[in-house]
Design a protein around this ligand. Structure first.
Ligand code: ZN
Length: 339
């Protein structure tokens, strides 16, 4: 056991993870308090006490060494009175639950009864981001550990013309983001120095070979890959190419979809009015209302270039509805309420 809580005082005591001296194998002995600190957890304030242990054999070569609990070091952040557990919970509320600072403040003070100010919450959010950033290299190394070679995808995004361009590099086999860098200019030199050189160092350090690069066909990017990663296969992103190739088809489909939708949008309210005017006891009333609802939701279908053609989807769905209503008509001599 490396930690225990005294129920009465609420103190948490930590002792080293190892119990015996690595030199003479004697059982380590408690010596002095290394650190005591009042820490705020989500469950309240607790005093964390970390004990230093030493080898009891005076003649042992390891007698001067003190042993401490690594876990005790990991529950807090330096110069902060809040536990790491609370920092992580605050980060989770902000970035996973999308809560505002005000909502987090109310949650902490009213639900958890934590004594904290809004300014302190902002500081802890910054701490959380620093922790995330610090953990990223370890995560990358862990994921890349299973690979022997790298296939990367490079994507440049420029929110507005004239602004900085954000380059994101992902390893495509294990889906991990290797690099995200903001470049003021997307020149070949800047791409080589700030995108490809750090990647080359990482690959070298981990002993990984290069298998390929996928990116859009931006000229400076092509030149930078050719210069930095000589003889590594470089392919233009197929999704970009296919989207360009399918542009005419997608545009034609979009205008068909628009036409279909506007025809039906005009007729639908008229149709619904006629159905709603039927007597409530009419057995076909609710069925026909369902059909009109189905037509309306069909018209909400979208489309994603290059392969998901919304116009064709809408057309197919309307045809299915038509044959379904015709079958209904055949079974019962329903009056015709077709558009
Ligand atoms: Zn010893």
């Amino acid at each position: 056991m490396i930690s225990h809580t005294n129920e009465k005082s609420g103190n948490i005591y930590y002792r080293p993870e190892q119990s015996h001296c690595p030199v003479c194998q004697s059982k380590l002995k408690r010596d002095h308090i290394l650190r005591h600190k009042d820490l705020t957890f989500s469950t309240g304030v607790k005093r964390v006490i970390s004990w230093a242990y030493v080898c009891p054999q005076a003649g042992c070569a390891g007698a001067a060494q003190t042993y401490r609990s690594h876990k005790a070091e990991s529950v807090h952040l330096k110069h902060r009175r809040f536990s790491r557990e609370l920092v992580v919970r605050i980060g989770y509320q902000c970035f996973w639950q999308h809560q505002t600072r005000d909502e987090v403040f109310i949650w902490l003070t009213q639900d958890l009864h934590v004594n904290i100010s809004e300014r302190e919450i902002s500081n802890l959010v910054a701490d959380f981001l620093a922790l995330l950033k610090a953990a990223q290299p370890a995560k990358i190394r862990h994921k890349l550990g299973a690979l022997t070679d790298l296939v990367i995808g490079v994507d440049g995004m420029q929110p507005e013309k004239g602004n900085d361009c954000l380059y994101i590099v992902r390893e495509l086999q294990c889906q991990v983001t290797l690099l995200a860098v903001n470049l003021e200019e997307s020149s070949q030199e800047a791409l080589c120095a700030q995108v490809f050189e750090p990647l080359k160092s990482l690959a070298q350090e981990l002993g990984l070979n290069w298998r390929g690069v996928v990116s859009d066909a931006q000229e400076t990017l092509r030149l930078a890959v050719a210069l930095s990663l000589k003889s590594v296969p470089h392919q233009a992103c197929q999704s970009h190419c296919l989207r360009d190739a399918g542009k005419l088809t997608f545009e034609a489909d979009r205008s068909t979809k628009k036409e279909l939708k506007s025809t039906f949008r005009l007729a639908l309210p008229r149709l619904r009015k006629r159905i709603q005017a039927l007597p409530l006891a009419d057995p076909f009333r609710s069925i026909l209302l369902d059909y009109s609802g189905a037509i309306r939701s069909t018209l909400l279908e979208g489309g994603v270039a290059p392969f998901e053609l919304g116009g064709i989807q809408v057309f197919d769905a309307l045809e299915d509805l038509e044959s379904s209503i015709l079958r209904c008509q055949k079974k019962a001599t329903t009056s015709c309420y077709a558009v």
